[in-house]
Design a protein around this ligand. Structure first.
Ligand code: BV8
Length: 310
């Protein structure tokens, strides 16, 4: 019998004061980070074994990285698409979707690209995807405006790779990729233990191309470092924040190190918001800036969020 999920020990007084404030709140924001999806089995970025820990973010999540080696970047995103499709939304995703349905003046600002809030039926008009989605693709041909949702896994046969669940960009993983590609093409495996063997990298022609202009390479529809967030998202969030007093911002499972997303915590505070941080670690940025009257709920978001939104 699986052990019942450990209920979080939330101090009763904190729970009562938070519930009372939430019930009297008219305008609430929720800023979501990778910690919300951790219990769904998706690695975070900075924690132990995190994506940015095992890879260098800047070497994989920037336009320059993609221009340099689109095959490697597509390998990384194909792995993340695969993991996200295998994952299930957890109880926190559903609790937030329920709150969004119930509360008129509510908006979710999600940094997550994994699609789990959408699969938990979060109302789309109240879900702002600050950093895009793993399941959007867009054409890189300057003269083509093609973009679409695409959930195929793998998105092209060449990315039908041995999914190395730890590090798809390690030398071993890349060798396995090249070898499986080579074997597909020639019918024979390479001896990848022989370092002198020149391993074919993923060729651009193997990667997803635009079905509209037939020329451009497709790229993942996420916001890379150094790219601005979608204008429509920025203006929708700015409009909400400018729309009057904000009663509460919940900061859920994020280290709040990436801007401008993290900056929304201070913007909400300037509009009067009290802050509720839900995080496994106390040290992370938003928790350290807490004032009297704010809340810090320590624990797994998948357990804590449904509890405090009950
Ligand atoms: C911009 C999509 C300007 C891709 C992401 C130099 C050049 C250009 C810009 C900059 C620069 N230097 C700094 C900047 C700004 C830069 C930035 O902020 N850099 C950081 C590193 C300092 N920002 C940008 O580049 C942004 N754009 O500034 O544009 C501009 C303007 C006009 C014109 C041109 C340019 C764009 C940033 C978007 C980057 N894309 N994602 C992809 O995913 O591959 S960011 C990516 O990392 C995620 O989306 C997410 O936002 C971020 C990771 O943060 P978290 O989600 O918080 O995850 P993390 O692992 O860090 O933390 C997890 C937390 O959960 C921890 O606190 C942990 O304790 C907790 N936790 C763990 N388990 C649980 C838990 N909590 C609860 N329960 C659990 N079970």
């Amino acid at each position: 019998m699986a052990a019942a999920a450990k209920q979080p020990t939330i101090p009763q007084a904190d729970l009562e004061s938070f519930t009372k404030h939430l019930q009297s709140s008219k305008r609430v924001l929720a800023l979501l980070g990778a910690g919300l999806s951790a219990s769904s089995g998706l690695p975070t970025f900075r924690g132990a074994g995190g994506l940015w820990r095992t890879h260098d973010a800047i070497s994989l999540a920037t336009p320059e990285a993609f221009n340099d080696n689109p095959g490697l970047v597509w390998q990384f995103y194909s792995y993340r698409r695969h993991m996200a499709l295998k994952a299930q939304p957890n109880r926190a995703h559903y609790a937030l979707a329920e709150l969004a349905r119930k509360m008129r003046g509510f908006m979710t600002l999600s940094q997550n690209v994994d699609g789990l809030s959408q699969r938990a039926k979060h109302p789309r008009d109240k879900l702002q995807l600050l950093h895009g989605s793993l399941f959007d693709v867009k054409c890189t041909n300057f003269y083509c405006n093609y973009q679409a949702e695409d959930f195929t896994d793998p998105i092209v046969p060449a990315l039908d790779l041995p999914v190395d669940e730890t590090d798809p960009t390690s030398k071993e993983a890349r060798h396995a990729v090249s070898n499986s590609l080579h074997a597909k093409r020639t019918g024979q495996e390479l001896d990848i233990s022989d370092a002198s063997v020149d391993l074919p990298e993923l060729m651009e022609k193997d990667l997803p191309h635009c079905p509209k202009c037939k020329k451009g390479l497709l790229r993942p529809g996420v916001v890379w470092f150094g790219e601005s967030l979608p204008r429509s998202v920025l203006s929708t969030v700015d409009e909400f924040i400018a729309g009057g007093k904000i009663d509460l911002i919940m900061v859920i499972g994020t280290s709040a190190k990436v801007y401008p997303a993290a900056g929304y915590v201070d913007e909400a505070k300037k509009k009067g918001a009290r802050v509720a941080v839900i995080n496994m670690e106390e040290g992370d940025a938003p928790a350290s800036g807490l004032r009297k009257g704010d809340w810090f709920f320590k624990g797994d978001a998948a357990q804590v969020v449904p509890e405090i939104l009950k």
